[in-house]
Write a protein that binds this ligand. Structure first.
Ligand code: SF4
Length: 187
């Protein structure tokens, strides 16, 4: 696994490609969700569940037509929210900010936003402005790289014990990581 570097910038790396989009899924967070899998990740975690999506050109370009479809799906009354997965959402902030800004403009906070990242909350707080802005769009962050030595497949919504399920608005208010208490405890 690689340590994140200051020059890991979405503006330099992202090609605005997406690996997949899955509407109405039950596994990527709480409730019925619309899941967008962006392409490109540099963390190179051993045992990564989606190695194909390390390439920033994996899949297809993100388009306005896909975004329209995502917003239409999110408006469905059974949907709880949008999930951003990768690849690495914070190395694809162009796509992730575009869709989350539109979600907030059209649906406000009637839908929640979850994201999975190899970055920790603390790393994101100190990162570039686009990463901080995306962090501020989230309700829930599952943070930290997948660590094979700490793998635990019984944990909800995360693959290894070092990863945390964080309440992002509460964490930003507190200036420190705050667990989503119903799903995760921080020691
Ligand atoms: S951060 Fe996620 S997508 Fe990237 S290598 Fe690690 S497990 Fe795979």
């Amino acid at each position: 696994m690689r340590e994140p570097q200051p020059d890991w910038l979405s503006s330099r790396l992202s090609k605005d490609f997406v690996a997949d989009y899955k509407p109405f899924v039950f596994v990527d967070g709480e409730g019925v969700r619309c899941s967008l899998y962006v392409s490109g990740c540099l963390f190179a975690c051993e045992g990564c569940f989606n190695e194909a999506a390390w390439s920033f050109r994996y899949g297809t370009p993100y388009t306005g037509a896909l975004e329209d479809r995502i917003l239409t799906d999110l408006a469905h009354e059974s949907v709880q929210g949008l999930s951003l997965l990768g690849g690495e959402p914070f190395l694809n902030t162009g796509v992730c900010l575009q869709v989350t800004r539109r979600l907030r403009a059209e649906l406000g906070h009637a839908r929640d936003v979850w994201a999975w990242s190899g970055y920790t909350f603390e790393e994101l707080l100190a990162a570039s402005a686009d990463k901080v802005e995306l962090l501020g769009m989230l309700d829930v962050l599952v943070d930290g790289p997948f660590t094979l030595a700490e793998r635990d497949l019984t944990l909800p919504f995360r693959g290894s014990r070092n990863q945390r399920v964080l309440d992002v608005p509460a964490s930003l208010r507190a200036g420190r990581a705050v667990a989503l208490s119903r799903l995760c405890r921080l020691d």
